[in-house]
Design a protein around this ligand. Structure first.
Ligand code: NAD
Length: 475
């Protein structure tokens, strides 16, 4: 009967498996009790979380600066606002989400009444990546708490300063039988994944997503997998080219391209390609400076997360160059400061690694096209992406592209923004993910939809009781 307090790891950098086990065990009675929790109780937890976040705004700004030179306005737009919006949405709509949904009887169930109850799944595990370390830890946590669950959170090891603030908040607000947080890398994740959680919500790469799903399969634990991939953009000859360049580069260069739904590469109609490239040059010069030195000094340009990833992205540029790609703009790399200049590449052969690996950095391959069916065929030959973006004023063309491709979501004349829409499901398909997040869809991810049927005085189903003499059901 150890006291419910936070324990310190015995291994530097990794959580102690015994501490993990104790937190997991401690959460069982709470999870059982929270099955009957009310909207008011859950909302009180969300409000606590919101207030603690707001009280540490400055501490978060400083942490993001230390972790990867992320400007406060980007912290606001991509970390604070999405989580605060998620909390506001849940507080406003939770009663509605929790209300049992009555359903009409079908032919064989005439005479019964039935409804669906959203029941908390129980003890949930949330594993987060580094690219939006606050948003992707606390965002799912909001959905988990709104749905009445307990949670164990594992942030990424790559953003230790942001994690430190989150640890401070969660330890102050919640005893470990409600919400626990464990820092660490693969060994900590592995220890967590060995436990029979009721649900795992994982955000990260498809490669690790497979490891998570394999571990979950051992216990038949349900999973939500929010994964990544190569989100393509199509710029049609009918597009507003200025708007396309301005919007697309916002999505590509915010957070230094380290966004799961960042435009990865762009297929541009040959008739407008030169104009598009010229607009891209102008936009980059206006926003970050027209040379690498100015861009490096810019307070508006986030860095690559670390030197290893800088080398990885530099390797993608080199590989493409060696295979005949042309650098249209940028290409400068300074590994020591994790800097890569905003870069446009042209003339890239399909077999270049940059055309198969998720770029996750400020490099945009530009590929010309004349036949939309060939572009559609190329997209369909790749794993299904998390997002597909279309810039076009020709609605028939847009509809045709949507009808003949698959992706987690679609942006028309915009990019990334669908992520922020709390009434849209956010998730991938197959290689880019399984299940959805955000708003009601996040609540659903952390709820078991329980079917309840109540018998009435006159029941059609009585016809099915034996003896069966003379009864031959026919539909
Ligand atoms: P990652 O898969 O390397 O790591 C994610 C988490 O898994 C981290 O907490 C990490 O510690 C843990 N992990 C790493 N290796 C593990 C292993 N072998 N076993 C168990 N756990 C392990 O991803 P990342 O590099 O942190 O993030 C980038 C990836 O995440 C990109 O592919 C990106 O597209 C994707 N992503 C997706 C979304 C989304 O909402 N769909 C959002 C952000 C990022």
């Amino acid at each position: 009967n150890a006291p419910l307090m936070h324990m310190v790891s015995t291994q530097p950098g990794e959580a102690n498996p015994a501490d993990i086990q104790r937190a997991f065990d401690a959460q069982l009675p709470t999870a059982l009790a929270w099955r009957a929790s009310t909207a008011a109780e859950r909302i009180a937890r969300l409000k606590k979380l919101r207030d603690a976040m707001l009280a540490r705004r400055e501490a978060f700004y400083a942490a993001f600066e230390k972790d990867y030179h992320k400007p406060p306005s980007e912290v606001e737009a991509t970390e604070f606002m999405p989580v605060l919006d998620e909390i506001r949405h849940a507080i406003g709509d939770l009663k509605k989400w929790m209300k049992p949904q009555r359903v009409w009887p079908t032919m064989t169930t005439g005479g019964t009444s039935a409804w669906i109850e959203a029941q908390p799944r129980g003890r949930c595990l949330i594993i987060a990546p580094w690219n939006f370390p606050l948003n992707l830890c606390f965002g799912p946590l909001v959905s988990a708490l709104a749905a009445g669950n307990t949670a164990i959170v594992k942030p990424s090891e790559m953003t230790p300063h942001v994690s430190a603030v989150m640890v401070e908040i969660l330890r102050e607000l919640f005893p470990i039988d409600q919400v626990a947080i464990f820092e660490g890398s693969t060994p900590t994740s592995t220890a967590l994944l060995a436990l029979p959680f009721d649900h795992i919500f994982f955000t990260g790469s498809p490669a690790v997503g497979k490891i998570v799903m394999t571990a979950a399969a051992k216990h038949l634990t349900s999973v939500t997998l929010e994964l990544g991939g190569k989100s393509p953009v199509i710029v049609d000859e009918s597009a507003d080219i200025k708007l396309a360049a301005e919007t697309l580069l916002w999505g590509k260069l915010t957070n230094c391209g380290q966004i799961c739904v960042a435009p990865d590469h762009v297929y541009v109609h040959e008739a407008v390609k030169d104009k598009f490239v010229a607009e891209c040059r102008r936009v980059i010069a206006e926003r970050y400076g027209d040379n690498a030195q100015a861009q490096k000094a810019s307070p508006h340009f986030t860095r690559v997360i670390n030197q290893r990833h800088t080398q990885r992205i530099a390797g993608l540029i080199d590989d493409a160059r060696k295979r005949g790609a042309r650098v249209l703009l940028g290409g400068e790399v300074d590994v020591a400061s994790s800097f890569i200049a905003p870069t446009l590449l042209d003339n890239i052969p399909a077999e270049a690694t940059i055309m198969s690996e998720e770029i996750f950095g400020p490099v945009l391959p530009v590929i010309g096209w004349r036949d939309i069916d060939q572009v559609i065929a190329r997209i369909n030959a790749d794993p299904k992406p998390l997002a597909l973006y279309i810039f076009a004023r020709n609605d028939a063309r847009t509809k045709r592209i949507i009808a003949h491709t698959s992706s987690g979501g679609v942006g028309i004349n915009h990019c990334v923004l669908h992520y922020a829409h709390g009434n849209l499901p956010f998730g991938g398909v197959n290689n880019s993910g399984i299940g959805n997040a955000h708003g009601y869809f996040g609540f659903k991810a952390f709820s078991h939809e329980r079917a309840v049927l109540k018998s009435g005085p006159i029941m059609v189903a009585k016809l099915f009781f034996p003896p069966y003499d003379g009864f031959k059901p026919k539909l």
